[in-house]
Design a protein around this ligand. Structure first.
Ligand SMILES: Cc1cc2nc3c(=O)[nH]c(=O)nc-3n(C[C@H](O)[C@H](O)[C@H](O)COP(=O)(O)OP(=O)(O)OC[C@H]3O[C@@H](n4cnc5c(N)ncnc54)[C@H](O)[C@@H]3O)c2cc1C
Length: 327
């Protein structure tokens, strides 16, 4: 139980009513994964694959209906090998994003990988689903930068990009983990300037939050690709956070011209330090990226996020109404 619960990231599923697996398999090499897949098939035991356990519905470790199943937990398969000569990295699925970013930062200050902002998310599930993060406006999603992978398929054999073929290779990058067990991924690293800037500014209702959020919708799509600027609207405030591939002078200029923000607390650092700063806060160090404990800023309560899109900007009146309802 402790091992199963260690990577249950949604506390709701720690309750007794959760349908738990009959077996927990923790492979330490590729052969163990192949054996588990073959064994499951022979005994008609379905397998759920878990890497970082961040699935919001807990589907990597629980069943919705009463059933017998096994969990294949990849958390012991977490080697990251960075090759600065070819600007690539092989990362095993059980590594976290934080472990991947840390390993890249240890080798170079001018290489990075576009992926999500939460360091405890597992590479296996994240790359199987897409991977949004601060570099996406310039470099795309995590899956756009995966160049090879090793996949254990239903008969237990291991395929790489060449042997699985381009259709399957396309499907495992976004298809949600239905095509086999991905052992490891090869990512193409992207070039990052030695200086990255981060910036936070909270604007209250009386400081013009409604106008700024309304304007942000219009200007954000046209901002330079080097700039990731998100706004979180809560507690009657608009909380702007930016990460910029460049120095503070340039970031302040863009922020001031586009949104009238002054960027007083802008800080310059390396990319890997900026990754720690954005999720873990201003006192975080790059070593904090290695922690597998649920990140400081994650709620200890049940937490779920979802993404939606609007085709037209939300009008100012609607934002005023939304701010009026916030507590
Ligand atoms: C706190 C938090 C922050 C997040 N932040 C971001 C973010 O910034 N950007 C973003 O894009 N997403 C983000 N997510 C969403 C996250 O990327 C997905 O939930 C992702 O699927 C989690 O991967 P995991 O390995 O941790 O989860 P798991 O629960 O282990 O796996 C998720 C799914 O992938 C399958 N799977 C896992 N490993 C493998 C494998 N090796 N082979 C085949 N299938 C596999 C599982 O069976 C399951 O269906 C966040 C989620 C949380 C909870």
């Amino acid at each position: 139980m402790p091992r199963l619960n260690a990577y249950v990231r949604n506390p709701r599923f720690l309750e007794n009513t959760t349908v738990r697996p009959l077996y927990l398999v923790m492979p330490t090499n590729a052969g163990h994964v192949q054996d588990a897949v073959r064994c499951g098939r022979r005994h008609n035991m379905s397998i759920r694959v878990r890497s970082g356990g961040h699935d919001y519905e807990g589907l990597s470790y629980r069943s919705v209906n009463a059933s017998d199943f096994a969990v294949l937990d990849l958390s012991e398969l977490r080697t990251v090998l960075v090759d600065s000569q070819t600007s690539t990295a092989w990362v095993e699925s059980g590594a976290t994003l934080g472990e991947l970013y840390y390993a890249i930062g240890n080798v170079s200050d001018v290489l990075g990988f576009p992926g999500g902002v939460c360091p405890t998310v597992g590479v296996g599930g994240h790359f199987s689903g897409g991977g949004f993060g601060t570099l996406m406006r310039k470099h795309g999603l995590a899956v756009d930068n995966v160049v090879d992978a090793e996949l254990v398929v239903a008969n237990g054999t291991v395929l790489n990009r060449t042997t699985m073929g381009e259709d399957v290779f396309w499907a495992i990058r976004g298809g949600g983990g239905s095509f086999g067990v991905v052992l490891k991924w090869q990512g193409g690293l992207v070039t990052i300037p030695a200086t990255v800037s981060v910036f936070k500014e909270a604007v209250s209702g009386s400081e013009g939050a409604v106008d700024k959020v309304t304007r942000w919708q219009k200007v954000a799509p046209a901002l330079p690709g080097e700039l990731y600027l998100r706004v979180r609207v809560q507690e009657k405030k608009a909380d702007f956070r930016a990460s910029f591939l460049g120095g503070c002078d340039d970031l302040r200029r863009v922020m001031n011209r586009s949104l009238g923000l002054n960027g007083a607390d802008c800080k310059e650092m390396t990319w890997v330090e900026s990754v720690a700063y954005i999720w873990l806060g201003s006192n975080a160090t790059r070593e904090d990226l290695l922690s597998r404990n649920t990140s400081k800023s994650e709620s200890p309560n049940s937490f779920k996020a979802t993404t939606d899109y609007v085709r037209q900007a939300i009008p100012r009146d609607a934002w005023a109404e939304i701010f009026g309802k916030l507590v």
